[in-house]
Design a protein around this ligand. Sequence first.
Ligand SMILES: *Cc1c(COP(=O)(O)O)cnc(C)c1O
Length: 469
Amino acid sequence: MKASTPTDVQTLLRDLPSISEVDRHLEAKGLPSGKPVRARVNQVLEAFRAALLAAPRDAALPGREALLREIEAAVSRPPPNQLRRVINATGVVVHTNLGRAVLTPALTQAAQALQHAYINLEFDLEAGKRGERGGRVPELLATLSGAEAGLVVNNNAAAVLLLLSALAAGREVIVSRGELVEIGGSFRVPDIMRQSGARLVEVGTTNRTRLADYAEAITADSVALLKVHRSNFTLTGFTEEATVPELAALARERGLTVWHDLGSGTFYRFSQPALRNLPTVAQEIEAGADVVAFSGDKLLGSVQAGIVVGRAALLDRMRRHPLFRSLRVDRVRLVLLEHSLLAYLEMERLRETNAVVDLLERTPGDMEWLAGRLLDALKPAEGRGLSWEVVRDQSLAGGGAVPEVRMDTLCLALQRPGRDGEALAADLRAGEPPIVARLQEGRVLLDFRTLFAHDIEDVAEAIRALCGA
Ligand SMILES: *Cc1c(COP(=O)(O)O)cnc(C)c1O
């Protein structure tokens, strides 16, 4: 038998305001109304209707007034998918879903004036005619890496596609089976190879690839030995891989070149213990790589870009390939990248100019200071529904960048007695600005590694609000 809908639900449904009534109500309240918020209003209306129809028979049903309150709240805030500031409390410094690298005001302010002016983007001021595009970026890349040349494209995926298309179409590129990786967003090394027209020659096994495996695979059609950084997983246990110097020696002997997709490159030597042994791009070049490709917005801490450094003759061929034009970077980013690279010339000031470096270099003392400020700001809410304590933990530098790197950190562990962490985390995300936290064993962890000093008051306010204080 079909269950009948109680008539009071039908009455409530009939009583719901029409769109024009909603508009008049919003106008009277001085809130955004009409077309710009129509989709949001409809969303709330539909969800409200669905909730009414699904309500259990004896539940207290919300009515017209409750709906209007919900609509007011919905149009008072930008829609959840509108890009906005988010507080990253995950502890992951290079967080792809949260925009990867953050730029410092010092950097963007220096670059800002250029955004409002014409610039010599591809104009030679001395000759008075068309010049090379990209200002000092190629030159700075060469200086910072010690390589002969540098070039920039849209992102590192594009850099690898261009590299293979320009230098290896119709030829063989030798890659270890342990490095045939998939990077987030369906960047798969074998697929990129196929797309470029290069022929992939797989050598070794998933866990072990020896230099001899590469040597045996070389034919008259081989052009390069490609090394790919395993950016989002680690290989441990019974493993073996050939190093760049070994590959370089073999390549020289057999007339090939070595290319390294580094994923995350840096020009900076970190003092953070977990990153102290991370080779710089200059060390990769020094070790014998002929071409190194990496992202601008991972550890480098700049804008999205695919950066390539290496031998001038190889990079020239990449620059002349038709794909180069399709993958080029706009002026907005080029200016910011040039300023980021200029900042690398003053390494001792880098923590002031580069936010990624600053967060990764944070010391336990830096984080204790932030924790102290947050605890002070939370005093008024003590004992009012939520409990918290400062705990030691480890944060990740970046899941898709340096997966093995875990750094000691401090977190605020938050709990709401009797409720799971997921609900609390959702409440934090629903605030303005949204706070994205880490869940661990039913607790919500707010990691001081990625909280900026100016985030602390917003975090305190959000927690106080959840406590009703
Ligand atoms: C991240 C990464 C890429 C893709 O770089 P994007 O700048 O995101 O395009 C390619 N290869 C490796 C090894 C990576 O880690």
